[in-house]
Design a protein around this ligand. Structure first.
Ligand code: PRT
Ligand code: ZN
Length: 283
């Protein structure tokens, strides 16, 4: 049975279970156990702290894991990233007290830097040819400068709010992370098939997430122009309307371009524009 280690509670837990549900794998959350079998998919879930997931996968206790790329790289175990999952995005950055006159990476030479990510920091310092003292602390890294434990910190940032409220300024964005699916590569044939099916479904879910379904009423005279604006997978669907000189056009657009496309479509006479979420796209 293919076993997947996931975070039992914390920032990644909710998005992980949401993704598994989105790809049709049911999860019994009500009586969460240490180990639970998905009722409708050949997968067993192992709930644990995120710090332990890379090791559990490397050692073979679970063949797969979902964890932040930051933990994967920091722990340094021999595992393979098989998919990026698009949630849990954050970066690990160097930050200094606001009052510091920061003039580039050389500022860190000889300084004390507090972090829970010594391996990633060490490799960045080496790349930059800088010698600094790394103070490893596991929690509340952001208070280290005020407590005179360090001169700077190297920590996870997402909105930046924590830095600001501790009087710190982000000066170097060193490592970019998101949740990833990892594997130890030791899968038998049946497990490999299960993983392939999961990857196929994850791919489809990730594509669907970035797309919107758009439909509108359009003057027939604008169809060619609208087709240029909305390229779609093959080409947009055009359906007749009872009102003469009008049609209904349907297409799929990247969410990132949505408002730009809407502006262009309105300019050529589109009316009654509807934008809908897409549940699945199977290319
Ligand atoms: O209990 P367990 O060990 O499983 O969880 P944990 O407390 O070690 O980790 P958790 O749940 O906090 O985070 C799990 C993973 O989420 C991390 O390894 C990252 O990959 C990812 N992630 C995404 C984050 C953040 N965003 C994040 N903002 N992890 C931590 N933070 C913290 C950060 O340390 C800092 O204290 O949030 C604060 C900064 O947030 P902003 O928004 O103020 O910048
Ligand atoms: Zn942790």
């Amino acid at each position: 049975m293919l076993r997947l280690a996931i975070q039992s509670k914390g920032r990644l837990n909710e998005d992980t279970t949401a993704l598994l549900r989105e790809i049709g794998i049911d999860i019994d959350d009500s009586r969460r156990k240490f180990l639970a079998q998905a009722p409708n998919f050949p997968l067993e879930l192992l709930y644990m702290r995120d710090d332990d997931i890379p090791q559990v996968v490397a050692s073979g206790t679970a063949a797969l894991g979902i964890v932040g790329l930051n933990e994967v790289v920091e722990r340094g175990f021999d595992v393979e990233v098989v998919a990026k999952l698009g949630f849990g995005a954050c970066r690990i950055s160097l930050a200094v007290p606001k009052s510091v006159d920061y003039d580039g990476p050389q500022w860190f030479a000889g300084k004390r830097i507090a972090t829970s990510y010594p391996r990633i920091l060490r490799s960045w310092l080496q790349e930059q040819g800088i010698e600094a003292k790394i103070e490893v602390i596991t929690g509340s890294v952001e208070i280290a400068p005020a407590a005179d434990i360090s001169d700077a910190i190297f920590d996870i940032v997402s909105s930046g709010g924590t830095l600001v409220s501790n009087g710190l300024r982000e000066v170097e964005k060193v490592f970019f992370s998101e949740a990833v699916l990892i594997s130890n590569g030791k899968l038998d044939e049946a497990e490999r098939k299960t993983l392939d099916e999961m990857l196929f479904r994850i791919d489809s879910a990730m594509v669907s997430r970035r797309k919107k379904y758009i439909l509108m009423n359009l003057p027939l005279a604008s169809v060619d122009e609208a087709t240029r604006i909305l390229p779609a997978m093959r080409s947009p669907t055009v359906m007749p309307l009872a009102a003469e000189g009008w049609c209904s056009m349907h297409s799929v657009v990247d969410e990132a371009d949505l408002w730009d496309k809407i502006r262009q479509l309105k300019a050529i006479g589109a009316e009654g524009i509807l934008v809908l979420n897409i549940d699945k796209i199977i290319p």
